[in-house]
Design a protein around this ligand. Structure first.
Ligand code: SF4
Length: 211
């Protein structure tokens, strides 16, 4: 069997109400196709040195919280970076874990459609940071292709359904306004998104924001 590994940046246990339902463990991985201006992890995400672990090794490290996950409806949240770059890893990990655990994925949706299809049955909740729903603002802030994100969002709405989507709409200093944020939220609602949250990137340091 080929060796699918996850470039592990950090593992953060016993989180509540920040990334998915119940008690969660956030598993952050390296790699992201975007280049957001205020990314706090830019250099780290592209570091070729992170530890690379197998699905079985990850299970060994996170199973200590099995009872918390079962009792609260929580589980594992994959983040990063762009978690869906590691779609095949997530799919295999899902096959190993108890059915009661929930799996969430934080994503910008800036990945090929095939990655989404690979995890469609393996992820219970997609937590999407859409950046901005204006094409020009999106491109200026991320350097990425708006049409890819938008078509992936539509794909998820059609296949996973709005109840498995949580879309975060940021106010991005120097890039959009509260009015822009409202316009993005309206556009998302018209597309069929029902779970969304407006929030603001908070810049605490010169080099980037803390979100
Ligand atoms: S999508 Fe997230 S991880 Fe990727 S560059 Fe943007 S802020 Fe950084």
């Amino acid at each position: 069997m080929d060796d699918v590994r996850y470039p592990l940046l950090s593992l953060s246990r016993l989180r509540m109400g920040t990334d998915g339902n119940g008690v969660t463990t956030l598993v952050a991985g390296a790699g992201c196709p975007l280049h957001c201006r205020w990314c706090i992890n830019g250099r780290l995400l592209r570091d070729p040195q992170p530890e690379r672990i197998t699905p079985e090794e990850l299970l060994e490290r996170v199973k200590v919280d099995d009872l918390y996950f079962r009792a609260t409806g929580g589980g594992i949240t994959f983040g990063g970076g762009e978690s869906l770059l590691h779609a095949e890893f997530i799919r295999r990990f899902r096959e190993l874990i108890p059915a009661e655990w929930k799996v969430s994925a934080e994503t910008s949706l800036a990945v090929p459609e095939e990655q989404l299809l690979t995890v469609l049955c393996a992820v219970d909740l997609f937590i999407v940071d859409c950046k901005d729903m204006n094409e020009e603002t999106y491109r200026r802030y991320t350097g990425g292709e708006f049409s890819l994100m938008e078509s992936n969002l539509r794909l998820l709405l059609r296949t996973a359904g709005p109840e498995r989507l949580f879309v975060r709409v940021p106010r991005i200093p120097e890039y959009n306004t509260e009015e822009d944020q409202g316009r993005s939220a309206d556009k998302l609602r018209k597309m069929g998104v029902t779970n969304l949250e407006l929030f603001e990137y908070v810049i605490r340091e010169k080099n980037g924001p803390v979100r």
